[in-house]
Design a protein. Structure first.
Length: 293
């Protein structure tokens, strides 16, 4: 069906209508090979409450916006590339029925359809578009995705410290990493999440500690590798004309020196550097030495 509509006038006309509904504030949607697969109103679970949103499914893109005048005018256009999307079905929970999560790197959220049939059709069409898009081999799926935010109404107390009660003065905040509702003191830290923003964003204390530890280990690993190459390059520059046996002996001492230095400065990651060394055989091939690490 999609292949038949790619170059059809009806498809181009439908896309042009969608563009006009968003007006000059919207992004142009016309693109070679793009097909408007379907559209409809879904209930999006926002931070404070559920709101109706107009959704448009293209063969490579999911677009949604706020309804100003039904089928005539929309604003706050959002674009979600389908290669980055994962779907997760939600179980019916009280008034929240026929829902699923749209999970993407920049923003993830839950939506609800009016009936189970409508939900199944939406999920099937989105999944089919994702599969077809990735099968072309041009697009690659995202590795990291944003968390779905917990609605404000589901948290009366801070989900981190479990002590601070939310009031008009003590406002709710959301951790951009895990999506939890937390108080100000528990979300005073900022961290750069590249998939969401180039600038540091609000994260809870728990996520900040985890992210900082991971970042520190990565930086230490890079520093250790630089130290290793500094030792190797220094060795190569100092003894270019020494006999091979002497080279092997000096090389062995430099290797031991590197082990001691890296283990003292960065004890948590020096063994990872050795793993890299073993994998690439750097020391075994250097100056034709055959050392067993």
């Amino acid at each position: 069906m999609v292949e038949r509509l790619v170059h059809s006038e009806a498809n181009a006309r439908r896309i042009a209508i969608v563009e006009s509904c968003f007006g000059s504030a919207g992004v142009p949607l016309g693109k070679p090979g793009r097909v408007l697969v379907g559209e409809g109103v879904l209930t999006k679970l926002c931070r404070k409450k559920a709101k109706p949103r107009q959704f448009f499914l293209f063969n490579d893109l999911l677009v949604y916006g706020s309804i100003v005048i039904n089928k005539k005018k929309y604003n706050r256009q959002h674009l979600v590339p389908l290669e980055d999307v994962r779907l997760s079905s939600l179980e019916d929970d009280g008034p929240w029925k026929n829902g699923w999560q749209v999970i993407s790197p920049k923003k993830s959220f839950a939506v609800f359809a009016a009936t189970k049939t409508e939900k199944d059709e939406w999920m099937a069409h989105i999944a089919k578009c994702i599969t077809d898009l990735l099968s072309q081999g041009v697009k690659t799926p995202a590795k990291e995705h944003a968390a779905v935010w917990v609605p404000d109404s589901e948290a009366q107390y801070c989900m981190h410290c479990l002590k601070a009660k939310f009031t008009t003065v003590n406002r709710r905040h959301h951790c951009r990493k895990c999506g939890a509702v937390v108080c100000g003191p528990c979300s005073s830290r900022r961290f750069v999440l590249p998939n969401q923003s180039d600038k540091p964003v609000r994260v809870c204390t728990g996520c900040y500690n985890t992210l900082s530890a991971s970042s520190t280990d990565s930086n230490q690993l890079v520093i250790c590798v630089y130290i290793m190459f500094a030792f190797v390059c220094g060795l190569k520059l100092r003894i270019p004309y020494v006999h091979l046996n002497q080279q092997m002996m000096l090389f062995y001492y430099m290797y031991q020196e590197f082990i001691i230095a890296s283990s003292l400065m960065y004890p948590t990651v020096w063994h990872e550097v050795l793993t890299v060394i073993k994998f690439y055989g750097l020391f075994m091939n250097f100056l034709s030495c055959r050392l067993i690490i």
